[in-house]
Design a binder for this molecule. Structure first.
Ligand SMILES: [Zn+2]
Length: 335
């Protein structure tokens, strides 16, 4: 039987194993026949040899793996057939050494995402922010973003905000990203503005991580949604999508008691992985909103175009509020 997963990993074809379109025993990829019009992962592949099929177009299905391999690699019939035959004679290695072997064969440094990586943890240099010692600087930074001391304590506890005074993330507030599998990466905000890099994020690139003496992110931050696990486990009425983590944190912090939860995309664009994650969340929330600045940019409108059919509406910030981090509790409830 053709080993689809090995093939997809080896040829770096993005696939997902969970999601509303993914049936048990399947994995899904973007349909090569739909091409660009498949913004999601609509082609299901049976991992038990039952063939493949597209949710969008019933002509895009079949049983012979050669046909799909050919479409994906845009190679000749013979080349595709060789790949399919070849996989039957492959000595089965465990997945990790297989990936290493592929890496050495292709001689590239691009890490292949591997969900079986060692779990990620905060480094010894990182501490939960506290209002004592050097932690005070970070505690004050949080308060200065518009929180009382009590609110700041709660915020730090709720979102596990850390700090460091040594290492690659020193003098930064560290914002963890917790997905279903646990901590997968973090981003960090400098507490002073006289720095070139305001936000610094853990890299998935092995060499980059090594050169900076940091752990390696399990997933690129652009393939995550902030607070995803909690949003999945504890859905409320309304989901608000913001651009940055401090915005989302504020909306979520003041909103969650009132049925409003929030996440962010970590930029003004949306990746296909984030789209899939929003798709999953969209079933759990009745109201879904993309929060726009007064001067909503083209990027936002483009995102809106993409997620409106998941049921998202756009909402513009109240007058006088420049960005969501300025929202007070009253404004958030009024949203
Ligand atoms: Zn298709």
């Amino acid at each position: 039987m053709f080993n689809w997963k090995q093939f997809l990993v080896a040829y770096k074809i993005e696939f997902i194993e969970h999601g509303p379109n993914v049936s048990r025993g399947n994995c899904n990829i973007k349909c090569p026949w739909c091409g660009e019009s498949d913004v999601s992962y609509h082609l299901g592949i049976s991992l038990n040899g039952k063939g493949f099929g597209c949710w969008r177009n019933t002509n895009h299905r079949g049983k012979n793996p050669r046909r799909l391999v050919q479409a994906l690699l845009q190679c000749s019939y013979d080349a595709a057939q060789q790949i399919v035959d070849g996989s039957n004679t492959l000595v089965l290695l465990d997945e990790r050494s297989f990936i290493d072997q592929v890496n050495s064969l292709f001689g590239n440094n691009q890490p292949i995402p591997y969900l079986g990586d060692d779990p990620l943890d905060f480094t010894n240099e990182m501490r939960l922010i506290q209002n004592i010692g050097l932690g005070k600087f970070f505690f004050d930074y949080i308060k200065n973003r518009g929180y009382t001391a009590n609110e700041a304590y709660q915020l730090i506890e709720d979102y596990k905000l850390h700090y460091a005074v040594r290492g690659a993330f020193s003098y930064r507030v560290i914002i963890p990203v917790i997905m279903e599998q646990g901590l997968v990466t973090w981003t960090s905000r400098a507490i002073t503005d006289n720095t070139l890099v305001r936000y610094k994020t853990l890299s998935v690139d092995k060499e980059k991580a090594e050169s900076q003496s940091t752990p390696r992110a399990l997933i690129s931050i652009k393939d995550t949604l902030w607070n995803y696990k909690d949003l999945l486990d504890n859905p409320e009425n309304k989901l608000v999508v913001c651009e940055g983590p401090f915005d989302a944190m504020r909306v979520d912090f003041f909103g969650k008691e009132q049925g409003v939860r929030a996440t962010c995309l970590f930029s003004k664009t949306i990746s296909s992985a984030q789209y899939i994650l929003l798709d999953e969340l969209s079933y759990l929330y009745k109201d879904k909103v993309l929060l726009l600045d007064q001067d909503a940019t083209f990027d936002y409108l483009w995102i809106m175009d993409n997620i409106s059919w998941l049921g998202f509406k756009s909402q513009i910030l109240p007058k006088g509020v420049k960005d969501p981090a300025e929202l007070d509790q009253k404004n958030i409830l009024a949203l």
